[in-house]
Design a binder for this molecule. Structure first.
Ligand SMILES: [Zn+2]
Length: 395
């Protein structure tokens, strides 16, 4: 089989970056050991990535290294990290209620990074005007790219928002094109749940296959399989929120009836809470206070069980044994995650042989966008054969 040497080099570069994303600074020898790539190749790869500005070499430690309590002979190894100082990318989280924008170095979000947030406007022109205003104080010279996380159904390859039930005015190509023109760089759209899955991947060196299910303004999921986001022929993967739940008669924004999203989105949860308590003006904060760390109400148990069955169906079809839950729903406490874990294990075939792991995690969307920057802008996958096209966004 023909293997393009350039694509092997690229695979080594992506592997090194992935190891550095997961943790702290590492020496070349450590990177070689953890990646299984030869020390010579790792050395060349690191040198190349340092000269390209993706990695930074740390000053040599002043103390000689110690191993097993003994001082080692020779010079301490030089450690490398991802470049975490110079802002290179604009990152934008386009949200239903709030939009956040930041400048990111290659390493992803840092405590000291520039960031702003704005209430999401209702028209493209107002959005561009407010974004331009917000970005006036951003100090970034010749940005390497713009990453935008967007809700809804997105064609990432064409930077086109196909359908956005909560933000119809963003649909089409023109908003994203205008953002690119405004900020003066190439733009890369990432569906918002897929951005979360990339952020989750970045922090887990060995955990590269999972389903991430997010419960927020909408309900959706993304599938990570061997470090790659699952791609389907349609731009509609992971749409668990639009699976109907028997007995649920609520109308959904998608035009369907009884979708899971109408029960477990922020709006759906609040609607049931209001119906159950008779307090029509209860807001989200009062719902959280009322429910946090309390035994789960019967209606919430039923809704979670329905969601767990849908997720278990995905587990059965895709063949992964880890589920990560993110979003506002898990703010209600550990009992939510535990209920999911039991429900998924009761319904997934893997639950008969082993355990489907289920855990809650914070949303790391900016981190996911920085992974997208590496995978799609800095180190895109190269064709494996002469003449074949690049075919994936995966790592
Ligand atoms: Zn729906």
């Amino acid at each position: 089989m023909y293997v393009n040497p350039a694509s092997l080099r690229r695979a080594a570069e992506r592997r090194v970056i992935r190891l550095l994303m997961a943790g702290s600074a590492r020496s070349r020898a450590e990177l070689a050991r953890r990646s299984g790539i030869s020390a010579v190749t790792v050395g060349k790869t690191v040198d190349h990535l340092v000269s390209a500005g993706l990695l930074r070499e740390l000053e040599r430690a002043t103390k000689p290294p110690r191993r097993h309590g003994k001082t080692m002979m020779g010079r301490p190894p030089r450690l490398v990290t991802l470049e975490a100082v110079t802002p290179r990318f604009f990152a934008i989280e386009l949200g239903v209620r709030e939009t956040r924008v930041a400048t990111l170095p290659v390493a992803g979000p840092t405590d000291s990074m520039w960031r702003k947030s704005l209430k999401t406007p209702r028209t493209p022109n107002t959005f561009i005007a407010r974004l331009g205003h917000a970005c006036q104080t951003a100090r970034i010279e010749q940005p390497w790219g713009i990453l935008v996380s967007v809700p809804g159904v997105v064609n990432e390859r064409e930077n086109r928002i196909l359908y956005s039930p909560n933000l119809h005015w963003t649909e089409g190509r023109s908003l994203l094109a205008k953002i690119g023109t405004l900020l003066g760089a190439g733009l890369c759209a990432v569906q918002e749940i897929r951005a979360l899955a990339l952020g989750c991947l970045a922090r887990a060196e060995h955990d590269d296959s999972f389903i991430l299910a997010d419960f927020g303004d909408g309900v959706g999921s993304a599938v990570m399989s061997h470090g790659r986001l699952l791609e389907g022929p349609l731009p509609l993967t992971g749409e668990i929120g639009h699976t109907p739940v028997p007995g649920n008669t609520r109308a959904c924004g998608c035009g369907g009836t009884g979708c899971l999203e109408t029960l477990l989105s922020r709006r759906g949860l609040l609607q049931t809470h209001r119906e159950q308590t008779g307090s029509a003006d209860a807001d989200w904060d009062s719902f959280i206070q009322h429910s946090r760390n309390q035994p789960l109400k019967p209606w919430l148990r039923r809704a979670i069980d329905a969601a767990a069955t849908v997720v278990a169906g995905a587990v059965n079809v895709i063949g992964v044994r880890r589920v990560v839950l993110t979003g506002e729903l898990i703010e209600l406490g550990d009992a939510v995650v535990e209920r999911f874990r039991k429900g998924i294990n009761a319904a997934a075939l893997w639950g008969r042989f082993g355990e489907v792991e289920c855990r809650g995690a914070p949303r790391r969307r900016f981190l996911g966008l920085s992974i997208a920057a590496i995978q799609r802008i800095l180190l895109p996958e190269l064709p494996h054969r002469p003449g074949s096209g690049s075919n994936s966004n995966g790592a």
